[in-house]
Design a binder for this molecule. Structure first.
Ligand code: ATP
Ligand code: PAF
Ligand code: BAL
Length: 282
């Protein structure tokens, strides 16, 4: 496994793989890896003949300086996990490498970035597309894998790739969960023991919403009420975002559910914001 910290080293390592006729499957991450990330690596390996993983805690997607400072980091453990997973290249740039001094270019999906979860975290998706664009230019992947847990992020990336004619196939990976149903997330390690137990309410509310959706004549408002009531019954949880939108265009849906519905929730425990989602078929 090659560990590259500069763009030049990463490009040389990618060119080596290309010389061997290997295709590149890319998984961008912010490190503090868990089984969710490793499942994306396996998906990349299943869809390409080599795998490249980046670890970069991207400052431009954090609105809150404390959230950026406290973001979990464990480079040695991450490298050991990626080595064991058979990854070919790990790219570990620093902020000046990605954003050279004087840098002034941003990439933004103007509609998708500023709605729904983008309103809870202003500027967040602009930071995501700006960094993913740079990472794609460096790793030059054939395919790249993103988790469905960050559902709006996946849609934003698909839109960017489509609009900018980027020759990269985007693959969505299913959400991996802890035994009690909590979606794996690097931020879970920052939860207090009591908040960790309470956090199971995200998945429980989505399970109850899905069950409600299966009943005849269920409306989008019924689903929303199930989520609102379930989260409200957990005193440690504060519902910050609840979006019920079409699964492909993320447009608002009302009335009886007659097309695939994406439910996206963000819930705060103390100072930590967790997200989860579910796509429900009518
Ligand atoms: N539980 C999961 N299952 C599958 N993929 C996941 C899961 N959690 C995150 N991912 C995906 O891994 C990639 C890297 O995400 P990131 O490094 O931000 O991890 P994270 O655990 O989501 O961290 P955070 O605490 O910031 O939410 C993203 O494409 C994300 O959607
Ligand atoms: C895609 C990503 C690595 C960009 O920084 C990040 O938003 C993430 O980890 O989901
Ligand atoms: N997976 C999303 C990264 C973030 O919360 O900034």
């Amino acid at each position: 496994m090659k560990i590259c910290r500069s763009i030049k080293d990463c490009r040389v390592a990618v060119a080596d793989l290309r010389r061997q006729d290997r295709s590149i499957g890319f998984v961008p991450t912010m490190g503090a890896l868990h089984d969710g990330h490793l499942s994306l690596v396996r998906l990349a390996q299943a869809n390409a003949t080599s795998s490249v993983v980046s670890i970069f805690v991207n400052p431009t997607q954090f609105g809150d300086a404390a959230d950026l400072d406290l973001y979990p980091r464990d480079e040695d453990r991450d490298l050991a996990l990626l080595h064991k997973a058979g990854v070919d290249i790990v790219f570990l740039p620093d902020a000046d490498t990605i954003y050279p001094p004087g840098d002034e270019t941003i990439v933004e999906t103007t509609r998708l970035a500023n709605m729904l979860h983008g309103k809870v975290r202003p500027g967040h998706f602009r930071g995501v597309t700006s960094v993913v664009n740079r990472l794609f230019n460096i790793a030059q992947p054939d395919v790249a894998v993103f988790g469905e847990k960050d559902y709006q992020q996946l849609m934003v990336i698909r839109q960017m790739v489509h609009d900018l004619h980027m020759p990269v196939g985007i693959i969505g990976g299913p959400t991996r969960r802890e035994a009690d149903g909590l979606a794996m997330s690097s931020r879970n390690q920052r939860l207090s023991p009591a908040d960790r137990l309470a956090a199971v309410v995200l998945n429980r509310s989505l399970d109850l919403a899905e069950a409600r959706a299966c009943s005849t004549g269920a409306t989008v408002d019924d689903i929303r009420n199930v989520i609102i009531d379930t989260i409200a019954a957990e005193p440690r949880a504060k519902l910050c975002g609840l979006d019920t939108v079409t699964a492909d265009g993320l447009n608002s849906l009302h009335g009886v559910i007659i097309e695939p519905l994406a439910i996206m929730i963000s819930v705060q425990f103390s100072d930590i914001l967790l997200i989860d989602q579910r796509v429900i078929q009518p």
